[in-house]
Design a protein. Structure first.
Length: 400
C-alpha cells in the first residue's frame, strides 16, 4: 500500500493504456485516477472516488487502507465522472458513509449516482471537519475546472488535495514527482493537461494559485498524475501555471491567426492575400497562417484560443466545410471565445455552403462574427486577390 505518510494512504488506480481522455484529449502517457484515505484518531475520510470502470479495484484498495474499518466521509472535490463514477458502488459498500461536497457538486452527484434521495453534506469555503488530530479544511476553487471544484487542506500536515489542479495525464507507477523516470515526457504531459483542462480558465487559475501559495503546502496531491512535493516539482509546477495563466501586457502585439484548408491551392492563395492585407493595416500585429492538412489539432487549437482575432478558410465539400476545419472548431475554448472576432473566407466550385455553416457555428459559440464573408468561385483572379487583400485590411481595421 502506497502512502503519503502514516495517516494518508494512496488508493489510486493506474491506467497506463488510456490513449484518449473525454473523447477529445490524447493521452500518450496514460493516466492515474488518484484518490486517498485519511485516517484520524476518531474519523476516517476518503478523498475523491474513482472511475466507474475501476470500481472493484478501487474498493479493494480502500478496504486495504482501512484495514477492516469503515470510512465516515467521502469528500468529493469535484464530480466529473472520472472521479465520481463509482460513488454509487461505494455507497452500496458503505451505506452509512456521508458524502461531503460543494453545493454545485451536491446537485451533480444525485444525477451521477441516480440516487435522488442522497443528501450530501454541503460545505462552504473555510468550513472544516475534525477527524481527530487531523482537520479537513475546504477551500472553494470554482472553475478549476468545473463550477463545483474545491480543494481539501490538512493544515497539520501542510497537505493539499488539489483535485485536477496541477495534475497531469501521466501514469507514474511510483506515484511521486521525485521518482519520475521519464521527466521530459512528464513535462510534456503536464503542459498538455494545462492546455486542455485549465487554459480556458486563466483568471481562475491565478486565483487558485493565490489560495494555494497562501497555504504554502509541503505536498500537493492532485487527482491525476504524480503527487507534487517541495523537494520535487511543486515549485516548478506553480511557476509554469503562473506563466501560462498570465494576462498579456497591454503593449503586447495583437495576434491574428488564419487557419485554412485548400484542396487545389485556391483557398491558400486567398489566405496569403488576406494575411498581406492584415499586415498592411496592422503592421505591429503578429499574423500567422496555418494550413490544417496533417496539422496537430491540439497545437493549432491552442494557437486559435490564444489569438486576439482569427479567420477560418475552407473550400466547400458536400455542401459543408471540410473535416479538418470542423476538427479545429472542436478545439475552440467555448468558455472564453465570446466576443472574439472571427472572419471567414474560401474558394468554392458548385456551391458555397462552407462559410455560412462555419459562421452559424461560431455565432452559436458567441464569437463576434465579421461580415461579409469572402468567397470566390474556383481560381481567384488577380482582381479577386486584390479584393481579398482589402478584405484582410478591412477586418484588421475593424479590430481597432
Amino acid at each position: 500500500m502506497h502512502a503519503i505518510n502514516d495517516k494518508v494512504f494512496i488508493t489510486s488506480v493506474l491506467n497506463p493504456n488510456m490513449r484518449v481522455f473525454d473523447v477529445v484529449m490524447c493521452t500518450e502517457y496514460g493516466t492515474s485516477y488518484n484518490s486517498y484515505v485519511v485516517v484520524g484518531s476518531d474519523k476516517t475520510a476518503l478523498i475523491d472516488a474513482n472511475h466507474a470502470t475501476f470500481s472493484h479495484e478501487w474498493l479493494e484498495k480502500v478496504d486495504e487502507a482501512l484495514g477492516g474499518g469503515k470510512p465516515d466521509y467521502l469528500v468529493l472535490n469535484h464530480t466529473e465522472p472520472d472521479h465520481s463514477g463509482c460513488v454509487a458502488a461505494c455507497l452500496k459498500r458503505y451505506p452509512e458513509l456521508e458524502v461531503v461536497c460543494s453545493a454545485a457538486a451536491a446537485i451533480n452527484i444525485k444525477h451521477i449516482t441516480n440516487l435522488p434521495e442522497l443528501e450530501p453534506r454541503v460545505v462552504k469555503d473555510g468550513e472544516s471537519i475534525d477527524l481527530g488530530g487531523l482537520t479537513l479544511q475546504f477551500v472553494s476553487a470554482p472553475f478549476l475546472h468545473w463550477p463545483d471544484t474545491m480543494f481539501t487542506w490538512i493544515p497539520e500536515q501542510k497537505l493539499l488535495f488539489s483535485c485536477d489542479f496541477l495534475g497531469a495525464h501521466f501514469c507514474e507507477p511510483r506515484l511521486f514527482d521525485h521518482k519520475i523516470v521519464f521527466a521530459r515526457d512528464y513535462t510534456t504531459a503536464f503542459k498538455e493537461y494545462y492546455d486542455a483542462i485549465m487554459a480556458p480558465f486563466g483568471p481562475w487559475v491565478a486565483k487558485g494559485l493565490d489560495k494555494l501559495e497562501a497555504l504554502d503546502p509541503e505536498v500537493v496531491a492532485p487527482s491525476h498524475g504524480p503527487i507534487l512535493t517541495k523537494r520535487g516539482r511543486l515549485a516548478t509546477g506553480i511557476e509554469h501555471y503562473r506563466a501560462w495563466s498570465a494576462v498579456p501586457a497591454a503593449d503586447t502585439p495583437r495576434k491574428i491567426s488564419l487557419f485554412y484548408c485548400s484542396a487545389y491551392g485556391n483557398t491558400q492563395k486567398l489566405a496569403a492575400a488576406i494575411a498581406t492585407g492584415i499586415r498592411k493595416a496592422l503592421p505591429e500585429a503578429r499574423v500567422c497562417a496555418h494550413d490544417l492538412v496533417d496539422a496537430d489539432m491540439a497545437h493549432l487549437g491552442a494557437e486559435l484560443n490564444s489569438s486576439d482575432a482569427f479567420l477560418l478558410g475552407s473550400p466547400t465539400l458536400n455542401r459543408d466545410a471540410v473535416p479538418p476545419i470542423w476538427n479545429l472548431v472542436a478545439e475552440i475554448d467555448a468558455v472564453n471565445i465570446a466576443k472574439r472576432p472571427v472572419a471567414f473566407f474560401g474558394s468554392y466550385g458548385w456551391s458555397g455552403e462552407a462559410l455560412p455553416a462555419l459562421s452559424e457555428r461560431l455565432a452559436t459559440l458567441k464569437a463576434a462574427v465579421y461580415e461579409p464573408q469572402f468567397r470566390v468561385r474556383f481560381v481567384p483572379s488577380e482582381n479577386e486577390l486584390d479584393a481579398a487583400e482589402e478584405f484582410g485590411a478591412e477586418f484588421a481595421r475593424s479590430l481597432e
